[in-house]
Design a protein around this ligand. Sequence first.
Ligand SMILES: [Zn+2]
Length: 200
Amino acid sequence: MYNYPQKLQKLINEISKLPGIGPKMAERVSIHILKKDVEYIDNFKEILEEIKTLGFCTICFNVSEGPVCDICADDGRDKSIICVVESSEDVITIERTGKFRGYYHILQGLVNPLNNVLPENLRIAELIKRIGKDPVKELILALNHTVEGDATSMFISAMLHDDDNNVITTRLAKGLPMGSDIRYADEITLGQAILERKQV
Ligand SMILES: [Zn+2]
């Protein structure tokens, strides 16, 4: 049976490991890269090399060039509110709405026992520690209205109720399409969901 040359097959295999890219798309992307000139490939290689120097903020776990991200380093934001999100993509989405001026905490995932993601695999312990230290009054759980998002929200709320603190927890209003990702919501709908958040 005919197959691709091994070098190309290796590229296809790597690309198909990326989220949301199936085998057919991986073949298309790989052949597209193959058709590009040497300069493009060198540039691509350099960008991948540079990304190795990026890491995560030691406070909120957002992607960051240094130990503290630009948002945590900004003293002008509202220290009484932390917005809890699944990933750094959500930070960008929420920032674009212009409706939030507090700080963030990135969980780096959602509770999903079927995929072996348990609360201890997320940045929840670090979040609870931050609440004990910062003048935080409200935690916005800006997590998707999905089974995983709901399970994660319930877990965090329960932990906060057990803890002796005066922090209230809120969730985004359900104007967002059920079961959908907040990162795909339009800015106006998401901005409105932030303003109309409900206490849980
Ligand atoms: Zn940060």
